[in-house]
Design a protein around this ligand. Structure first.
Ligand code: AMP
Ligand code: MG
Length: 337
C-alpha cells in the first residue's frame, strides 16, 4: 500500500514523504499518527497503539480509574501502588521540576482544575482562590518509593493533584519509538498531537523535515522547518488551548509561581532532544521561564536545542540548531539573542 504521509512537524504538518503503514488513533487527548516503513510495520503499529493506550489508561487525569487519579484520590490519606511505568514518569517529572526551578511542576493539578483547563469550562478564578490553590502546588511534596512491596506514590495534603499532561505524551513517544525499533522499524514519524519523534532518516538518506507550527495561524500552517534525525521535537504553545475573555487570552500553561497562565512574552517553545520525555517537560518549563531564562537553561543542557517564538513574532534559537532551522514565513524574523 502506498500512501502519502503527513510528515508532521513539531506541530504542524506537511506532505513530505511516503510510508507503508499509517495508523491514526485518538489517544492521550491527541490525534496520534504513526507513519512507518518496515517489514513488520502493521504489527509494529498495532503494538505501538496498544502501548500508548496502556500509558493513557495509567496516567490520564480524565479517567477516575487511572493510577494518577488514584494517587490524587488518596491525597492526604495514604500512599498508593503504581506501575513501574507511572513511577518512571513521576520520577522523570521530579527531575525536570528540579531542573526548571519548579516552572514545570507535575503537582500543578489544583491550578489546572481551578482554571477549568481541559474541561471546556474555563473560568477566571478570584485571586483568593488562586492563592489558596497555589499553596497546594509543590513537587517537593510528591513522595515516591520503591521497596520490596513495589512502587508507590503519595501526596501528603488533601486537594493536591498530580497532572502529567505536560510530560506523558513525551514518554509515549519514547515508548512508541522503542517498540517500533524492537520490531525492526528503522524509519518513520511518530506524531502525538504535535509531539513528534523522528525515527532514523528518510529513505533517501536525507533528514526528516519537521514543520514548526505558526502560532498565529490555523493548525497545520508552519512558519519554519527544522531538519532532524532520531530526535523528539515537542512544542508547547499558548495557542493550543485557550479562551478569550474581555479581549484577554487565557491559555493552558500555568505559571506555578503566579497561579495564572504563563505571561512570559512567548507564544511557543519547541524543544529538540534525544528523548521525548525531556523535550516535553522542558518545552512546558521553558515556556513558563520565558526567553532569557529559558534559553539559558536549554543552552546548559547537552544535546538539547530550542526554538522560542515571542508574541512580537521574533524567533530565537539555541546555537546548536541555528543552521538546521529554516524560517519560511517572512512575517517572522530570526534574531540573535
Ligand atoms: P504542554 O502542552 O506539554 O506544555 O502541557 C500543558 C499541560 O500540562 C496543561 O494542559 C496542563 O495539564 C499541564 N500543565 C500546565 N501548566 C503546567 C506546568 N507549569 N507544569 C507542568 N504541567 C503543566
Ligand atoms: Mg510539555
Amino acid at each position: 500500500m502506498i500512501v502519502i504521509v503527513l510528515v508532521l512537524g513539531g506541530c504542524s504538518s506537511k506532505r513530505d514523504d511516503a510510508a507503508n503503514c499509517i495508523v491514526e488513533e485518538y489517544l492521550l487527548g491527541a490525534d496520534i499518527i504513526l507513519s512507518v516503513e518496515g517489514k513488520n510495520d502493521q504489527k509494529a503499529c498495532a503494538d505501538t497503539v496498544q502501548r500508548i493506550s496502556e500509558i493513557q489508561n495509567r496516567m490520564t487525569i480524565h479517567n477516575p480509574g487511572s493510577e494518577i487519579m488514584n494517587i490524587n484520590k488518596y491525597a492526604g490519606e495514604k500512599k498508593v501502588f503504581i506501575s513501574g511505568d507511572t513511577f518512571f514518569v513521576l520520577e522523570q517529572a521530579l527531575i525536570f521540576a528540579e531542573l526548571t526551578g519548579g516552572s514545570f511542576d507535575p503537582t500543578i493539578g489544583p491550578l489546572v482544575k481551578l482554571w477549568g483547563i481541559g474541561t471546556g469550562n474555563y473560568r477566571i478564578p478570584g485571586e483568593d482562590e488562586i492563592r489558596e490553590h497555589k499553596l497546594l502546588v509543590d513537587y517537593h511534596n510528591l513522595m515516591l518509593s520503591c521497596d520490596g512491596d513495589g512502587y508507590t506514590a503519595y501526596l501528603p495534603r488533601k486537594g493536591q493533584v498530580v497532572d502529567l499532561g505536560a510530560i506523558a505524551k513525551g514518554y509515549a513517544g519514547d515508548e512508541a519509538r522503542r517498540i517500533l525499533i524492537n520490531h525492526g522499524i528503522e524509519r518513520g514519524i511518530i506524531n502525538l498531537g504535535g509531539n513528534v519523534v523522528a525515527l532514523g532518516r528518510k529513505k533517501d538518506g536525507s533528514l526528516w523535515r519537521v514543520g514548526i507550527q505558526n502560532p498565529m495561524a490555523p493548525r497545520g500552517t508552519y512558519l519554519g522547518i527544522v531538519q532532524v534525525e532520531d530526535k523528539a521535537v515537542v512544542t508547547s504553545g499558548g495557542y493550543e488551548r485557550n479562551f478569550i475573555k474581555d479581549g484577554q487570552r487565557y491559555h493552558h500553561i500555568i505559571d506555578p509561581g503566579t497561579g495564572h497562565p504563563a505571561d512570559s512574552g512567548l507564544i511557543s517553545v519547541t524543544i529538540i532532544a534525544g528523548q521525548g520525555v525531556e523535550a516535553d517537560a522542558l518545552s512546558t518549563g521553558a515556556y513558563v521561564l520565558g526567553l532569557i531564562r529559558g534559553i539559558e537553561l536549554i543552552e546548559s543542557l547537552p544535546g538539547v536545542e530550542a526554538i522560542f517564538i515571542t508574541e512580537n513574532k521574533k524567533i530565537y534559537t539555541t546555537g546548536g540548531i541555528r543552521d538546521c532551522f529554516q524560517l519560511t514565513d517572512r512575517d517572522y524574523s530570526h534574531e540573535e539573542i
